[in-house]
Design a protein around this ligand. Structure first.
Ligand SMILES: *Cc1c(COP(=O)(O)O)cnc(C)c1O
Length: 372
């Protein structure tokens, strides 16, 4: 080839590796000729989509020849009422991943830096590097964000700090007091992103609702999603809540039609489906208990989680166990890309799915596969 296209790409992009998604069910079935496969790998909602949301998306398909409402009027109105903020504080995204990207593109570039923690969500390093900014990664403390280290790591050129609360893939969370003390330390010209993709699952008393800090700290952006507790991962819709000034900037960068008509309609509908959300939460807490008791019974360690997944710690390299579980028809998520080679991230499934995973683990243990 006459021209090396790789050399044409932005330097940051050249250093990126393709995102490794969870293995699709159909692929595993094809490869191993398995009839039934359980996927506990992508933190998806095991209930399937809300019927109310599906009906709304179906109806919305009739408008497929039209561009979506670029202002997202209806959804913002609904969210504003629900969250007690103003419509002009929202930035809608094609998933909250899109919002994280918008934040990077709006505030970061070559010559600036972003701070995030070791073991934090993988999208932060990708978003930062893609725009040529520098990543400052602080060492984790007990698998969680070390907020003192993060505050100390902020440099003169730091423009954004990313915090996932609860964090993925570890599932742990920052309490209200710790987060509040951290926010008080961050200079006001540094944007703090509070990524709350799993907020609906974090039913612990001292879990801080990021929105409550918005009044005191205009430099905060809270991101949330319909992908997890609301079960709409495939439709791609999430949002940011911030000061109107920040939202205005993000919306200038945002592609005007980044969220589809069915996605917005389904999101509006699912916000009214209180029963679905309640069931999501109930199935999740029951499943978390089921998995963790199972791990305890097997003598396996895990990181206590308030998300819809749990990071299981193995006594050995996790990859062979991941492979062995695939042969049993169970897909979980290895987290080697997070530099956690001995952990497997397991999404909470329905009772029978969790049971199938636990019995596969039990089988591997009795075969001695889990031994160091
Ligand atoms: C799943 C997830 C998201 C966003 O997912 P979207 O589907 O793009 O909304 C954001 N942050 C974390 C930590 C996640 O795990």
């Amino acid at each position: 080839m006459a021209c090396d296209v790789f050399a044409l790409a932005n330097v940051g992009v050249q250093g990126l590796h393709p995102y490794q998604p969870g293995k699709p069910i159909e692929e595993l079935q094809r490869e191993l000729g398995l009839d039934s496969v359980v996927k506990l790998a992508s933190n998806e909602n095991p209930l399937g989509p809300s019927p109310v949301a599906m009906a709304a998306a179906q109806t919305a398909l009739k408008q497929s020849h039209l561009y979506p409402d670029a202002s997202g009027f209806e959804l913002k109105k609904k969210l504003a009422a629900k969250l007690a903020v103003h419509e002009n504080q929202f930035t809608l995204g094609n998933g909250s991943n899109d919002v994280l990207d918008l934040i990077a593109r709006t505030f970061l570039s070559a010559g600036s830096s972003a701070v995030f923690s070791q073991y934090a969500f993988i999208v932060y390093p990708i978003a930062v590097q893609a725009v040529g900014a520098r990543a400052i990664v602080t060492p984790a403390k007990n698998w969680g964000h070390d907020l003192d280290a993060m505050a100390a790591a902020i440099e003169a050129d730091t423009k954004v700090v990313f915090i996932a609360n609860p964090n993925n893939p570890t599932g742990n969370y920052l309490g209200r007091e710790a987060l509040s003390a951290f926010l008080a330390k961050v200079p006001e010209h540094v944007i703090v992103v509070l990524d709350e993709a799993y907020v609906e699952f974090a039913g612990v008393e001292d879990f801080p609702d990021g929105l409550t800090f918005l009044g005191d700290y205009p430099n905060i952006i809270v991101t949330r999603t319909f992908s997890k507790a609301y079960g709409l991962a495939g439709l791609r819709i999430g949002y940011g809540v911030s000061s109107p000034q920040i939202a205005d900037l993000l919306n200038r960068v945002r592609a005007p039609f980044n969220v589809s008509i069915p996605a917005m309609s389904a999101a509006v509908a699912v916000l009214d489906d209180q029963d679905y959300l309640a069931r999501s939460q109930q199935v999740n807490s029951a499943g978390m208990l089921q998995l963790c008791s199972g791990f305890d019974a097997l003598g396996l360690a895990y990181i206590p989680s308030v998300g819809n997944f749990v990071a299981l710690e193995l006594p050995c390299d996790a990859m062979p166990i991941y492979q062995a579980l695939l042969k049993e028809g169970v897909i979980v998520r290895p987290v080697g890309v997070y530099q956690m080679p001995k952990h497997l991230r397991v999404s909470i499934g329905l009772e029978h799915e969790n049971a199938r995973f636990l019995s596969a683990l039990q089988k591997l243990k009795s075969e001695g596969v889990l031994d160091q």
